[in-house]
Design a protein around this ligand. Structure first.
Ligand SMILES: Cc1cc2nc3c(=O)[nH]c(=O)nc-3n(C[C@H](O)[C@H](O)[C@H](O)COP(=O)(O)OP(=O)(O)OC[C@H]3O[C@@H](n4cnc5c(N)ncnc54)[C@H](O)[C@@H]3O)c2cc1C
Length: 411
């Protein structure tokens, strides 16, 4: 591509959505979508869930096939690493040394697993981010294999459930006093912990790692309390780090990810960033800057970034939303629970329930639900709309199953 057009670095969820959105918005100039992975853009959520549960797992759920990219006139450059951004020349420089000029640039470089220093050099410690990572892990989830999961966050726990589904013996080690402490209220985390324990997963919270060493065909994990765990495979899931170095090296502001404004613009008006790699201000929480690692956010921001690359100037206004599936349980969270000052619980039938988080002034700021079946999804969806409207529903109405949640939208 010699004529400058729209260039997107990072061919994941966000970048692929952005490329198609440029066309849907009527952009007819050149579009290049450049990605370091060799695969067509694909969905990551199945990599730790159902995709893992079948024998030849995981299959790949691509976002679109090659023919669709071609039909949309999107130049897909896979297995291609962008090494630098030359903002002066308005071009990205590939690892090969070639340059691709841009008129507008989107960075959708995602995130990578945070590394555990103790695990460096081990042949039996693996991380999960990509399809190739998932295949390497799946190949080792054999019946009766001893699997240690370091980190009691979403990816570690989903993998623990998948490994149990394949008949492995699973131990989860979490340094903090409880599971999922970063994003999930304790009452919901307890349900998840019980589900794992009920299926035979051993869970050790409040214990940090003191050392990891390969031992024969497995690995020995030494804990700070003096105990040790012998495993055939250790899966490390201790969070993710935004891929922001490209932006930082080009002199763009970085603040827990590539810093963008409400319209996803970086400190260079020709360069946008979106998805897991960026931090952005959320109007609904008074402009609080957040970085989300969430599938729907990556899609929404990809689409919005495309519109703004074409001059729309629309602010990001979506409410954060996240889901996780473990065994037969679905967890969904809308909004930011830590913005709440008090919590109201509503039972949804069976063991399902939803927690509403209200700010000190009574405004609904988040809702998180857990359970089997679709009541959780239905009610979290309504809560999301209430949060978006900055509603202050009466706590007794939120709590009472006699009040239809939807009726609060009319108030
Ligand atoms: C195993 C797993 C399970 C998940 N489950 C859920 C879930 O249940 N619910 C949920 O809401 N979210 C989930 N997520 C999160 C969700 O998948 C991410 O939020 C989403 O993929 C982010 O999309 P993205 O395009 O911003 O980044 P990514 O999908 O990470 O894509 C970024 C791409 O950019 C490429 N790249 C980076 N740097 C360069 C460079 N210099 N040159 C070229 N290419 C580059 C990377 O190789 C990568 O392919 C899960 C994530 C994982 C890993």
């Amino acid at each position: 591509m010699r004529e400058p057009g729209a260039v997107i670095v990072g061919a994941g969820e966000c970048g692929a959505r952005a490329a198609f959105a440029l066309r849907e918005e009527g952009f007819s100039g050149p579009v290049a979508l450049i990605g370091a992975e060799r695969h067509l853009p694909y969905e990551r959520p199945p990599l730790s869930k159902d995709g893992m549960a079948v024998a030849d797992a995981p299959g790949m759920k691509t976002i679109a096939d090659a023919a669709r990219f071609e039909a949309a006139g999107i130049r897909l450059m896979l297995a291609t690493d962008v090494a630098a951004i030359d903002r002066h020349a308005r071009a990205v420089v590939l690892g090969s040394g070639d340059s691709i000029p841009y008129e507008t640039l989107l960075l959708s470089t995602g995130a990578r697993p945070r590394r555990l220093a103790f695990a460096e050099g081990s042949r039996h410690c693996l991380y999960l981010r990509t399809h190739d990572d998932a295949r390497a892990i799946a190949a080792r989830l054999q019946p009766d294999a001893r699997i240690a999961v370091v980190g009691g966050g979403f990816i570690g726990l989903e993998l623990a459930a998948a490994a149990r589904g394949r008949g492995c013996r699973v131990t989860v080690v979490e340094a903090l006093p409880r599971l999922l402490s970063r994003a999930v209220p304790a009452e919901i985390a307890a349900v998840i912990e019980n589900a794992h324990r009920a299926r035979g997963v051993e869970i050790c919270c409040g214990v940090s790692i003191a050392g990891i060493a390969d031992a024969g065909e497995g690995v020995e994990i030494r804990l700070a309390d003096g105990a040790s765990i012998a495993a055939d495979l250790c899966i490390v899931g201790i969070g993710a780090v935004p891929n922001a170095e490209l932006a930082a090296d080009a002199g763009l502001a970085v603040d827990n990810g590539i810093a963008v404004d409400r319209c996803l613009r970086t400190t260079d008006p020709a360069v946008f960033a979106a998805g897991d790699c960026c931090s952005f201000p959320l109007d609904v929480y008074g402009g609080r800057r957040v970085r989300l690692e969430a599938w729907r956010n990556a899609q929404e921001q990809g689409t919005l970034a495309a519109r703004n690359m074409l001059g729309a100037d629309e602010p990001h206004s979506a409410i954060p939303w996240f889901w996780s599936d473990q065994y037969d349980l679905t967890l969904q969270i809308a909004g930011l629970p830590d913005e709440g000052a008090h919590v109201v619980r509503r039972d949804l039938g069976g063991d399902a329930f939803i927690l509403f988080h209200l700010a000190a002034d009574g405004r609904l700021v988040a809702a998180g639900g857990i359970g089997v079946g679709n009541a959780v999804a239905r009610d979290v969806r309504v809560a999301e709309m209430l949060i978006g409207r900055r509603a202050s529903p009466a706590p007794e109405q939120l709590a009472s199953s006699d009040t239809k949640l939807k009726s609060l939208l009319a108030a």
